[in-house]
Design a protein around this ligand. Structure first.
Ligand code: ATP
Length: 512
């Protein structure tokens, strides 16, 4: 269920606590472009690192690269982006708002889906323990009718988009009486195709300038380096190449904070395999990627797979890992079986052979590719929105806690002298000096200690370490755990081990 209120809280908390700022804010901002602030950049780096370690460091047969954002323009011809990286857009003549026509239709179907869910919960209540959901949804005439309606609509939309029959997409919107979600107006323009790539120019003089694109995905940088990496790294199939980096898309509708940005970061891995083995590798990577997500402990119920029926031109199987964002289940990561489409296309357009010689089979072939592709910013939003919690306390107050997985938290511990005198700040500073070699830590002496705890809770810091008068005599401090608010008395010399236990990447990734 969409929760607008929670989403608004997420956006304002992200700003207030130095995670995400609107880009160019003092100039009234730039739509769908965001800056990561002092805490945001740490969280983002930690997510990237968690992915990189799981992908590259832990897998002998996966290596990383970092390719340029600018690439030869023919690459985007070969990849199909020049001709096919389009979204169908439609404008509302009254509100002047622009929408993706396919999204309007999909949202219409999502509403029918929520009717199905209502029927299911009503029936579950009526039948109690005897309720069999599978049987109900496969036999109840009303539910079956809804399913059929969704199916008819999506099939027609899929066919019309595929055959470029944009007039029919508009006709469908009109027949379903879909209204502008903001104003209710049904006064629509025709549907047009819109290419999402940003163009730019390379070269000093206008006549000799070369038209370039800002890359809309990082994957192509991997494909065009496939042979370089395979040869220099002496890689044997199956092997993978991973990369993280910026991608740019001129998104038509970008109203969901960092969920859909015009400049964003991807974390992609292309796994090169023997043709014919794609089915097993597809299942392998679906499972492995889901395990990575679950290792962060953000709740198994918050994830689901969505297998694609309508496949992109390059794929023979595709599935999304969807996450329950505050506005409902949406794509977080894609797992695509891309066949040999990309390598073959680059062979054709570059005139260079991109084949692998398989010594065991004593023959050359064009490898097939299995791709995992996740948006770093989307992962950030998933982690951040899931973490933001308001808890009712026993004393009738509430506390705002950012329950970030400790391994990802920007600051691992805050060191707090109980008072700003009696030598306590000096001891606290010494602890900071000691711990900062291993962890990102903060020092905070302003305000009463209770307020400082709340500040760190809202900031997502897993530990607060308080130095008090007893510390001076027995070298112990209080360590407070963010989520349970439990406090323990521990020796200063044990702090490092206690923190490490909770924040060490190894302890988290071992859960995979
Ligand atoms: P969507 O259907 O949401 O537009 P997509 O299917 O076009 O996404 P892919 O091309 O498969 O996305 O890109 C892989 C991943 O990159 C997505 O799963 C998503 O996490 C991320 N991503 C794609 N577009 C954006 C964007 N505009 N802003 C932020 N992240 C994005």
């Amino acid at each position: 269920m969409a929760d607008d209120n929670q989403f608004k809280k997420v956006i304002s908390h992200a700003k207030e606590y130095g995670y995400v700022f609107q880009s160019s804010e003092i100039y009234d901002g730039l739509s769908a472009v965001y800056d990561y602030a002092q805490n945001g950049v740490e969280l983002k780096n930690n997510i990237r690192d968690y992915w990189w370690k799981a992908m590259v460091q832990m897998n002998e047969n996966i290596v990383g690269i970092d390719t340029a954002i600018f690439m030869h323009p023919t690459i985007w011809k070969a990849s199909g982006h020049v001709d096919a990286f389009n979204d169908p857009l439609i404008d509302n003549k009254d509100s002047k708002k622009r929408y993706r026509a396919d999204v309007l239709i999909e949202d219409y179907c999502a509403k029918i889906e929520s009717k199905i869910n209502k029927e299911v919960s009503k029936a579950a209540k009526r039948f109690g323990d005897a309720f069999n959901k599978e049987e109900f949804v496969s036999t109840n005439p009303r539910v079956l009718g809804y399913f059929e309606k969704i199916n008819t609509i999506l099939t027609r939309m899929g066919n019309s988009l595929e055959s470029e029959d944009l007039a029919d997409v508009k006709a469908l919107i009109e027949e379903l009486e879909i209204a502008d979600p903001l104003t209710g107006s049904k006064n629509w323009t025709d549907v047009k195709q819109f290419n999402l790539m940003f163009g730019t120019k390379l070269g000093a003089s206008a006549e000799h300038a070369m038209d370039l694109y800002l890359r809309p995905e990082t994957a192509q940088g991997i494909f065009v380096n496939f042979l370089n990496v395979q040869k220099t790294g002496r890689m044997k199939i199956p092997f993978g190449i991973a990369q993280t980096g910026k991608a740019f898309r001129n998104e038509i509708v970008a109203r969901q904070f960092i969920f859909r940005m015009r400049e964003f970061e991807q974390m992609e891995m292309q796994f090169f395999i023997k043709p014919g083995t794609q089915k097993e590798w597809y299942e392998h990577w679906k499972e492995t990627r889901m395990k990575w997500h679950l290792s962060l402990g953000m709740g198994a119920d918050n994830y689901r797979f969505h297998d694609h029926e309508k496949l992109a031109h390059y794929a023979d199987a595709a599935s999304d890992i969807e996450f329950k964002f505050p506005f409902g289940f949406k794509e977080l990561e894609g797992i695509h079986s891309r066949t040999d489409f990309d390598l073959k296309a680059h062979e054709e357009f570059s005139g260079k052979k991109l084949q692998y010689f398989d010594h065991e089979e004593n023959k050359s072939y064009t490898p097939y590719v299995l791709e995992t592709s996740i948006g770093l910013d989307r992962m950030f939003l998933a982690v951040f929105s899931n973490a933001l919690t308001e808890e009712a306390l026993d004393n009738n107050t509430t506390r705002t806690v950012l329950k970030l997985p400790a391994v990802l938290a920007p600051t691992k511990a805050a060191i707090l002298p109980l008072v700003k005198k009696d030598g306590l700040p000096e001891i606290a500073r010494k602890i900071v000096e000691e711990l900062k070699w291993d962890f990102n830590v903060a020092y905070d002496e302003k305000d009463a200690v209770g307020r400082r705890y709340r500040r760190q809770d809202a900031n997502g810091t897993p530990f607060c370490i308080t130095v008090d008068h007893d510390t001076k005599t027995d070298n112990t401090v209080t360590i407070r755990h963010r989520d349970t608010m439990e406090q323990q008395r521990v020796k200063i010399e044990d702090l490092k081990a206690i923190i490490k236990q909770e924040v060490d990447v190894k302890n988290w990734l071992m859960k995979m």
